[in-house]
Design a protein around this ligand. Structure first.
Ligand code: NAD
Ligand code: WQD
Length: 343
């Protein structure tokens, strides 16, 4: 039986860590990436860790003919993990059509190919953003999906619906959507990690760049939220734990263990940390004092989000193994490696 897995967006942040996890479990990987938010160097990083160079196709999934040709060439795929998407929330507000094209068309083209097969396995990168500000914490998979705050968030909600609707009429298609909470950290070897282009919008890359002296100080957005220390609470999950969850989810699909041919899982640690706690965790593991000051609330931010992970714990037999300090230590090691490279 084929053990070849297509990983779209496999040179990106979460995709590259998942490629490593797949190779370490004996899967063969073929990556599709158009390098719009990644670099070819990542292939070298993956190969340094696993000693196996994955196959790579530089292809834009928005080009339907190219996608069709790819599936003609690779007709024996055991599964597809679909990471490729645009992910900057603010940019999606400015340029919604880019997001609808890149996040929706690409998904449709892939599913159109899988629909033609007798059986196929598909994993989709979704996000806790689909819950918005949930009424109850921790957030279970049954929490209602709220009206999306941004076109980006909307693409994840619509994406999930497209998969659910397709699974209803294509019994040979088995699919899982994984709703990530806040992915952070890097591979412990520091060979691969997150590569933010321009000024980072997310907390952890901003923290590590500030500690490295690239940014003057961190602005903590809001200090009067109804939380114990007044700052927002998130569920920060190590990218290594996330990567492993994809392998486990894929094995569930391949083993035909699903109750229903479409399932949804939260991927988080189950623990919420405030922005100030995240800073403290970074300071503890790096031994560096982080310059920061309080700023206005950031538009669109929710107060608190953390996962109820019981479903993934029980059904996937998966549990996050790393804590926020482990993740911060790996993010810092990765940042230092990037600085060395720049010198
Ligand atoms: P990333 O930008 O690092 O990786 C995405 C990769 O896809 C990049 O390498 C990019 O070059 C590639 N890509 C984009 N459009 C493409 C196209 N049309 N054709 C081919 N390749 C294309 O992002 P990431 O952080 O690794 O996120 C992966 C997935 O997880 C995305 O779907 C994202 O929406 C989702 N997600 C991310 C987070 C997060 O905070 N990082 C949280 C929840 C969900
Ligand atoms: C975390 C906390 C900020 C930067 C985003 C997307 C979401 C998902 C994950 C893809 C918040 C605070 C941040 C800074 C700060 N992505 N912060 N100063 O907003 O939870 O989620 O990434 O699906 O869809 O919206 O993550 O890392 O941006 O922020 O104080 O310079 O850090 O206010 O409380 P967020 P984040």
């Amino acid at each position: 039986m084929s053990k070849k897995i297509l990983v779209t967006g496999g040179l990106g942040y979460i995709g590259s860590h998942t490629v490593v996890a797949l190779q370490e479990k004996g899967f063969e990987v073929v990556i599709i990436d158009n390098l719009s938010n990644s670099s070819l160097d990542v292939l070298g990083g993956i190969t340094k860790i696993t000693k196996i160079s994955p196959e790579f196709e530089n292809l834009d999934l928005r080009e339907k003919q190219d996608v069709n040709r790819f599936f003609e060439k690779y007709s024996d795929l055991a599964g597809v993990i679909h990471f490729a998407a645009s992910k900057a929330v603010g940019e999606s507000v400015q340029n919604p059509l880019l997001y609808y094209e890149n996040n929706i068309n690409t998904l449709v083209y892939l599913l159109q190919q899988l629909k033609e097969k007798k059986s196929s396995n598909f994993i989709f990168s979704s996000s806790c953003t689909v819950y918005g500000q949930a009424d109850e914490l921790p957030i279970t998979e049954n929490a209602p999906v709220k009206r999306a705050e941004s076109p980006y968030g909307n693409t994840k909600q619509i994406g999930e619906e497209i998969i659910a609707d397709t699974c209803k009429v294509v019994p040979g298609l088995r699919a899982i959507s994984l709703r990530y909470f806040n992915p952070i950290g890097a591979h412990p070897s520091a060979q691969i990690g997150e590569l933010p282009i321009g000024t980072p919008q997310n907390l952890v890359p901003f923290i590590t760049q500030t500690a490295a002296g690239k940014r003057e100080q961190l602005s903590v957005f809001g200090k009067d939220y109804p939380t114990p220390d007044g700052t927002c609470i998130r569920d920060y999950i190590h990218v290594m734990d996330l990567a492993r969850a994809h392998v486990v989810a894929l094995e569930r699909l391949l083993d035909g263990e699903q109750q229903d041919n479409y399932e949804v899982f939260n991927l988080g640690t189950g623990k919420g940390n405030s922005v100030l706690e995240a800073i403290q965790a970074f300071e503890k593991v790096s031994g560096k004092k982080l310059p920061y000051s309080f700023a206005e609330r950031r538009e669109g931010d929710i107060t608190s989000a953390y996962a109820d992970t019981h479903k993934a714990n029980k059904v996937l037999n998966w549990k996050a193994e790393y804590n926020i300090e482990d993740a911060m230590a790996s993010a810092w090691k990765w940042q230092q490696k990037l600085e060395e490279k720049e010198q």
